[in-house]
Design a protein around this ligand. Structure first.
Ligand code: NAD
Ligand code: DAU
Length: 361
């Protein structure tokens, strides 16, 4: 199941050159006949190499630009008249939000607000049927709910927001604007709050691709604190399917939690990656686990995230296709097979980031 054909034949996607956005764009165009405008600012994590497979696809129109550029948004909406918008664009890395929070406010809060505001103006010009069918789907995170202790129940959609990092605070603010634009102006919005994604095209600042890339170079694998923080991991294509399901059949104004039911500590996760690599790509240096290095913790580091997926499963019939065991193996194989992508991404500003984030830890 899960392979929902989209109800919408013209989509505007933002952030579609990033990790989840590019997976969504590729999957959507493979499964649907419609057209897609892909607006992305191409910040450090946006990468046109992610979209190489769409080069010949006339249904995909890439536009370089900012979700906070009102004039551009207005022009795109008037010219292409999309049936729905899926907003992936964001600053997405918690560590960067600790070192430089301002761009998180600019993009995640002000950018999302301006995008919403221009959408509202566009939506108000639509004919009744188009107005009824239009959707603004905002892609958000489970981090807005705060941190769980070991024995706490998983996050439901009713959980109070308690964001702890500048990243999650900025996402929480954007979620509130999305909610308010529905409540006050009637804009037909949907919000998804998802757990940690992994898979192809993820920028190697995030734990899983960082660990794979460092193993490939026989470099230390930095584990923050005691390594006992718990995350719930979802394979990226399953997240993309969930977004399509919410877009097709989600109830206007509702939020949907999405997760993989795969809770694991960071230490166990890194050990799992090492043992798969020991098996499929052994190193002449030795066992990859020798590279595990405990480093100074992330300030304000959330202890545990866990997602209750009852709502999306029972009301929309979505559930993940990939288990953690199959998904992580596929992911590792993808990075090993795409050495050129990894090498290109690791050039330039990536080295500066490693220096900024890890040299003093
Ligand atoms: P990413 O950093 O890989 O991609 C973000 C994309 O947004 C990049 O292509 C970037 O160029 C673009 N972008 C940034 N600022 C922009 C702006 N002002 N205007 C237009 N484009 C801009 O992030 P990701 O991991 O793919 O996350 C996508 C979305 O999903 C984010 O909203 C994030 O909060 C959310 N999310 C991510 C995860 C995860 O585990 N990665 C989990 C849940 C939710
Ligand atoms: O939960 C959803 C969120 O997951 C998304 O909203 C974010 O966009 C996404 O980046 C991710 O946030 P995390 O902070 O959980 O992901 P990250 O990969 O940065 O870290 C995962 C865990 O690993 C976290 O507990 C911190 C730890 N970690 C991370 C890095 C980069 C390390 O121990 N060492 C590292 O070098």
């Amino acid at each position: 199941m899960n392979k929902n054909l989209a109800k919408y034949s013209s989509l505007l996607v933002t952030g579609g050159a990033g990790f989840i956005g590019s997976n969504f764009v590729i999957n959507w165009l493979a499964e649907n006949a419609g057209t897609m405008i892909n607006l992305d600012l191409l910040t450090y994590s946006g990468n046109l190499m992610n979209l190489t497979s769409l080069k010949e696809d006339q249904r995909h129109l890439f536009v370089k630009g900012d979700i906070g550029d009102r004039e551009l948004i207005k022009q795109l909406l008037e010219k292409h008249r999309p049936h729905a918008i899926v907003n992936f664009a964001a600053e997405s890395h918690v560590d960067r939000s600790i070192i430089g929070p301002e761009t998180f406010v600019e993009t995640n809060v002000v950018g999302t607000f301006r995008l919403l505001d221009e959408c509202l103006k566009y939506w108000n010009t639509l004919a009744d049927d188009d107005k009824r069918n239009f959707r603004f789907l905002h892609v958000s995170t489970d981090e807005v709910y705060g941190s769980l202790d070991e024995a706490d129940p998983k996050f439901t959609e009713e959980k109070q927001y308690e964001p702890n990092s500048p990243y999650s605070a900025s996402k929480a603010a954007s979620d509130h604007f999305v909610r308010a634009y529905h409540h006050t102006f009637g804009l037909p919005v949907l919000t998804t709050n998802c757990s940690n994604n992994y898979g192809p095209y993820q920028y190697p600042e995030k734990l899983i691709p960082l660990v794979i890339a460092n193993c490939m170079d026989w470099k230390p694998l930095p584990i923050y604190g005691d390594g006992m923080n718990v995350r719930d991991w979802l394979y990226v294509s399953d997240h993309c399917d969930a977004i399509t399901a919410v877009l097709n059949s989600g109830e206007i104004g509702e939020t949907y939690n999405i997760g993989g039911n795969n809770e694991i500590t960071n230490l166990d996760l890194v050990k799992t990656i090492c043992s798969i690599l020991n098996e499929i790509s052994p190193s002449s240096h030795g066992n990859y686990q020798e590279l595990i290095t405990f480093v100074t913790d992330r300030p304000g580091h959330d202890r545990r995230y866990a997602i209750d997926t009852t709502k999306v499963e029972t009301s929309l019939g979505w559930s993940p296709n990939e288990s953690f065991q199959t998904g992580i193996r596929k992911t590792i194989e993808w990075y090993l097979e795409n050495i050129d992508w990894v090498a290109a991404v690791k050039d330039g500003s990536y080295k500066d980031w490693l220096n900024t984030n890890y040299s003093a830890r």
